[in-house]
Unconditional design. Sequence first.
Length: 255
Amino acid sequence: MRYKLVALDMDGTLLNDEKRISRENAEAIAKAAASGITVMMSTGRGIQNIRAYTDEMGLTSPIVAVNGAEVWRSPDELHARYPLAPDTVRRLIRAGRDKDVWYWAYTTNGLMTRSSWAEPEWDECVWLKVGYASENPAKLRELRQWLALDGEIEVTSSNETNLELSPAGITKASGLEQVCRLLGIGLEQTVAVGDGGNDLSMIRAAGLGVAMGNAQEEVKRTALRVTGTNEEHGVAQLLQYVMECNAGAVSVSDN
């Protein structure tokens, strides 16, 4: 099997704890790209918080942003967008206020948070994702149970203290599928790497799903392979393995 695409989560995966790309990871990405592998970001971040990193690495590959709510053909060319309805966002924000949790929302204009929230022109904003965060697990459980009754919302999380809310059916996996169609490749030719619950869909969908060493336990159980942590340049380790697979030096079953 020759892998043609590697989809990288950003926070907790490509980025170290200082939110930087290590020299080892950057060099491995450049080497993988030179070998013919498309390396792309697949992240919960909005495009505004992605471009500095793609510019830093000189990447012009597709991007899956805001957990699949946007698919970019390149950092400067939008391919598809799947927004939340304004009435839905109103309802979600009201629930966050009622439960007294931290809430935030991505729009095409950027990030709005509980501390910076100004009543928007609801129908004029393009809403991409809503999130809740709390150190109180009971509050998040209650919100998740309420959301489970709502067929319009896809619920996931990037860590144990948050919930991330997208339109139903919109995930990193749906974004990865669209990128595969754009590039004319199959999902079996892809590798997906991540550390959080919002990465599970693409890790399951990809030909080779990989968990970071610092990933949540469910992610590690789901993945076919576990690489190093984000502080150990785990992305560089994984890309070296993928290039060895492509060269026939190792197989996916090798440990």
